[in-house]
Design a protein around this ligand. Sequence first.
Ligand code: TNX
Length: 530
Amino acid sequence: MNFKRLISKTLGVSLAAVLLSCSSNDTAPLSMSPIIPLPVSIVDADGAFKIGSTTKIAYSGNALNEVQKFSESIKSLTGLGLEIEEGATSDAIIFAIEANASSNAEGYKIDINTERVLISAPTEAGLYWGAQTFLQVIPADGTDSGLNPKFAVSAGTIEDYPEYEYRGMMLDVARHFFPVSEVKHLIDNISTYKINHLHLHLSDDQGWRIEIKSWPLLTEIGGSTQVGGGAGGFYTQEDYKEIVRYAAERHMVIVPEIDMPGHTNSALAAYGELNPGIKVPDDGAVPTERTQMGVAGQPTPLYTGRDVGFSTLDTDKPVTYKFIEDVIREISEITPGPYFHIGGDESHVTAMEDYVPFIEKAQAIVAKYGKKSLGWDEVAHAELLPNTVVQYWAKAENAIMGIEQGAKVLISPAVRTYLDMKYDSTTHIGLNWAAYIELDEAYNWDPTTLEEEIKREHIVGVEAPLWTETVVTRDDIEFLTFPRLAAVAEVAWTPIEKRNWEDFSKRIKYHGVLWENSGVNFYRSPKIDW
Ligand code: TNX
């Protein structure tokens, strides 16, 4: 489908005809572009810039890396293999590092006139986000009606910067394992939406997914299976470094998570000395949740089911703290990003008097290795270090307890942002314990109005987690992620005053065409007239 047909489909034939006939060169005004997330400001001007085979990609300042990535992206979008020429000034798409292009480190400016396109930003990250925007302004389909043999982009100016500095997605590689190639594919597809953090849930009851050289059985035994009993798998440290490198090239930070003290059966199956065993309560009854835990000091059986909350590390033993220190040290050494996520959720079989000191010790070890702790909202029961970030997923009162201690909050309410929730009761994969989340429900909310006590200044950003109990293939990942991630990305990037569901529901159609053209699976929400 070409752009005009897409616009006709998007806006209704008559409105599209008016729009197309009143702008020169047959292109819709820049402000009608289907950009997601919506930029802060778009101002239209007369005329259009035509991209053709003679167009050059130019740059000034330290922008060659960005220009090379852009040249690959524009080639796969349009088929045009444009030459890179440092100083070109006309018939050119120019990338320039300019300190005053934006006061935000990730901000950028795009100025389009009939002669050239100028994308400027104070940083390479800003140029990268500017390039993502510009690619969405170019008509998606190379084949043209014949009226105009070039890809015409309407003139005007875009000025843009993010509302939140942390715009994230989480992938659970523990319940089902996904190899490096799948993670890279996901990184490509989500960075289009200016997602700049990928949180990897690297351990859980069903699997331990990262090599720890000082505790080799974690992966050898703990990584050997997954939900449903499949073969599992794990990342070597070299694999993990490759993911970190690939993400960094796309200005995305990897946030590693080792979930503790609960969600640890895979570690207990590998190293029995970490297992406190079944604690028989005073009345002699055996707690059923902990039947998996068996005998203290002995390894547990591997677990391939979907239950949560039945496992815990032995919080009393010194060896447990040697273990978590080794794990945190080895992962921190290969993690350039600022965060280490310590999990802390659903430790239902760890007594609160054991849980609190455990979290405090884990936080201190994270700090010792130069990282900031992130933790699921339950960690706010402990005394938090000033730079710890609490990830609000379930209980607002926990997030508020964190704020009262001076912590910042990462917003991931299950009822809005959980990508593993079904869209509706007929969705073939996913869970529904929190909600059904249709596309409009993933869009129509704001982090600052969830709770009175959680204010703008407390919030570092928004993250959409994808838990993978029911997610097995690339198709499954994509079906639950798209289009909802695009909605959450706009919640995280675009200021609330600019956001509007009606408008989003029109822009998203173009992305359906892009996904279709590039073989990305997505949910054809009945709320959208695809
Ligand atoms: C709750 S969200 C969990 C995960 C599950 C998820 C399924 C959170 C911090 N813990 O262990 O996978 O629900 O939706």
